[in-house]
Design a protein around this ligand. Sequence first.
Ligand code: F6P
Length: 357
Amino acid sequence: MKRLGVLTGGGDAPGLNAVIRAITKTAIREYGIEVIGFRDGFKGVMEDQRMLLTESAVSGILPRGGTILGTTNRDNPFKYQVAEGRFEDRSEQCINKIKEHADALIVIGGDGSLSIAHELSLKGLPVVGCPKTIDNDLAVGQAKTFGFDTAYAFATEALDRLHSTAESHHRILVLEVMGRYAGHIALHAGLAGGADIILIPELPFTYDKIIAKIQDRLQQNKRFSLVVVAEGAKQLGGEMVIQKMIAGSDDPIRLGGIGETVAGQLEKLTGIESRVTVLGHLQRGGSPTPYDRILATRYGVAATDLAAQGQFGYVVSLDGENIKPIHLSQVAHGIRKVDIEGELLKAARKIGISFGD
Ligand code: F6P
């Protein structure tokens, strides 16, 4: 192999630059391969926007958030927007364009981009995937995705800060965190930040159960409560709120507002002053934690090793202590939910955290 292509797709996550840096360094130093970065995900492939990734191009980017290549949720080559409201399958063209500039492609992405990578690999493109999402909900076995550690560390800090003001004002403070389909950020941050109630998509809640926990605290003379709610959490029997569709994407859901609803309802039902904080994209920005920098670096090195050895159609994934390849077909279109029978969730219950279920 002479030239390796790389792109970052979907929502950004802290650690993307660390992966790009690791791929570039490994390819050049270990294998003498040139690295071509496509800009803004598959959009850069289709629109011939790319850059040569040299060691100096990736110098200094390890601690930087975002991605120097840019990214977008749009521009799926299988549903490519050719005019307002008109989409066509341009996957053949996409493969030809990639092959013009690179012998193989590393896709650093979440479920959407890795599903596209899988479909392209079925059509003959040599691809390796690298798993990314702050939500930690990719179907990569028990492996963590990079970006998650940074996101929940930030949410934990937010809870620490909310704690003192909640206590001073005797309020219920609700923190809404990301997690459309799975509650990993909410569960981890809730545990690390000492939340009293954690609401996740996997366990539909009732206000009665949440209020029972708040009453219990009042009886212990604890006049404040901290609630963490994942954006995809829903009331038992309720629906998730779909706010808009993304053109050309299968990904229709943009949630938000559940935190406000919960805070409003709790104030109404308990009479206790309640406020909401929505963390939003603050969770996706900023410098990756040391854990995420190392994980991202390992994923970048492992993905490059696979590509250089001609092993395509895989996603790299941390299995225990070691990085192992997982078939792209296993990861594409899969979501890993919080294990509601798992030790972590049970531990949370044992120390008195309520899930409102
Ligand atoms: O998948 C990552 C994620 O951060 C979700 O948790 C969140 O719902 C979504 O992206 C937000 O996406 P966007 O930036 O496109 O609104």
